[in-house]
Design a protein around this ligand. Structure first.
Ligand code: AMP
Ligand code: GLY
Length: 434
């Protein structure tokens, strides 16, 4: 079997590692474009994820049996539809289904149509609409916090949590005017009630009808310890049974997952692939913040080290509609992924630093590469903001974290930064020592 994974981050490294790890048969693995760590287990082709025609040509030339898509942008651009039109097998949601992530206004309206609990919101197309929405009373007095979100994909830069209506208006104006670096000009923005609670990421595989849950995970989005400083792509993730109780999982299946999959079917885009629910557990019950139509990064690293079933079989089942007959099994453990990042990240960051100590990390610790390349001497050097994700599973979260941090201590480069408090937040989001 030949399998191609599209993408170049820690998530894609983890997908490829897991495909290999869980497959009973040897696989020929490919990645486009990949990174230096991925190149140790897959043949990398330097085709950008946006170039669907070249990817199709590559798949035909190599005789690749299945393609798996990591990031959201190619999905939003309809890569699944392009591959299927070309008669090629690809796992992931169609362009129509990918609107659940590609347009926040579409996603919020979808949640409303299907009675899925979410924050109250209004969609606004102009600064005048924003002022009307805020003065309508729906968002409380002018001193209330509100969240402003750019409608489209915005590389993580499209969400502003504003402390007052005035700040929200400024943020909305900047998003609509395209003044936010990397975010592009939004055609519309979503103004949303700010919720309080604990966040959780719940991912699942779906085949249009049936679904299989993955272990619940928690991301750590801020750059600094105690959740300080700006948001990043994610500085670490954990999976642990304490994140969502079995009662809460049952409630989420009933109130969020089943109505979502039924809604996709009834609106003509049955959902196939990986679906990611970004949740806020509030004192009034769970609320869905967002859908992502793909694996999360770094949640995937922490999740997939616990997978026992063949990941290839699971992806095939999402395509063939046989997920209901496939038992997707996970180790009965907890896991953690600690992200090591470059100095300066999430702002302008340094590149080209030599990474030492990687060869000393052995045993059951996985070091997934996110932003690495090799220098002329064949040594790994940094080439991205997030560079490595040190990942381990163990019987308890405490042991998994201890193993990750012991490995982290062995790795170094000039400017390496990481959070020392991954997994050390209690259920109300407070930092706990130990
Ligand atoms: P999103 O891309 O919609 O998940 O938003 C990114 C992050 O912003 C989330 O992970 C939350 O930390 C925060 N966020 C989004 N929506 C809200 C909300 N309604 N209330 C409070 N925080 C939010
Ligand atoms: N870790 C959050 C995401 O992948 O969107």
């Amino acid at each position: 079997m030949k399998v191609l994974v599209i993408g170049s981050g820690g998530r894609e490294h983890a997908i490829l590692w897991s495909l290999k790890q869980t497959s009973p048969l040897p696989l020929d693995l490919y990645c486009a474009p990949g990174n230096a760590g991925i190149a140790e287990l897959a043949e990398c082709a330097s085709i950008p994820p946006g170039n669907h025609a070249s990817l199709i040509e590559f798949v035909k030339e190599k005789g690749i049996d299945l393609t798996i898509v990591g990031p959201e942008t190619p999905l939003a651009d309809g890569i699944v539809d392009s591959f299927e039109d070309a008669g090629l097998a690809i796992a992931g949601p169609s362009k129509a289904a990918a609107r659940l992530e590609a347009s926040k206004a579409f996603a919020k309206d979808f949640m409303r149509r299907h009675g899925i609990p979410t924050a109250d919101y209004r969609v606004a197309r102009s600064t005048a609409d924003v002022s009307d929405a805020l003065s309508s009373g729906a968002f409380g007095p002018a001193t209330t916090r509100v969240v402003v979100k750019a409608d489209g994909l915005a590389a993580g830069k499209g969400v502003v949590i504003a402390d007052s209506h005035e700040e929200a208006k400024d943020a909305a104006r900047a998003l609509l005017a395209g003044e936010v670096a990397d975010a592009g000009a939004a055609e519309q923005v979503v103004i949303e009630e700010a919720l309080e609670g604990t966040e959780a990421s719940l991912l699942l595989f779906a085949d249009g009808n049936a679904y299989a849950l993955m272990p619940a995970a928690r991301d750590h989005k801020r750059i600094g310890e105690h959740d300080s400083g700006p948001n990043t792509g994610g500085m670490g993730a954990i999976t642990d049974a304490s994140i969502l109780s079995s009662e809460m999982l049952a409630r989420l299946e009933r109130e969020v997952i089943e109505p979502t999959l039924a809604g996709c079917r009834s609106e003509g885009f049955p959902y196939r692939g990986v679906l990611f629910l970004g949740l806020m557990l509030t004192k009034n019950g769970p609320r869905l913040l967002e859908y992502n139509v793909r694996f999360g990064d770094p949640e995937t690293q922490a999740i997939l080290v616990r997978l026992k079933t063949s990941l290839l079989d699971v992806f095939q089942a999402t395509r063939s509609g046989r997920l209901g007959e496939t038992k997707v099994e996970w180790s009965d453990e907890a896991s953690a992924c600690v992200v090591l990042a470059s100095r300066g990240y999430p702002g302008r960051y340094e590149k080209g630093a030599s990474i030492d100590g990687l060869e000393t990390v052995v045993g059951d610790i996985q070091v997934f590469h996110a932003g690495t390349t090799k220098n002329g001497e064949g040594d790994f050097v940094t080439s991205g903001g997030r560079v490595l994700g040190v990942t381990a599973s163990a019987a308890t979260l405490g042991v998994a974290l201890k193993r990750c941090y012991e490995a982290v201590e062995r790795i170094r480069w000039d400017g390496m930064q990481y959070r020392r408090d991954i997994g050390r937040l209690n259920e109300v989001g407070e930092h706990v020592s130990g």
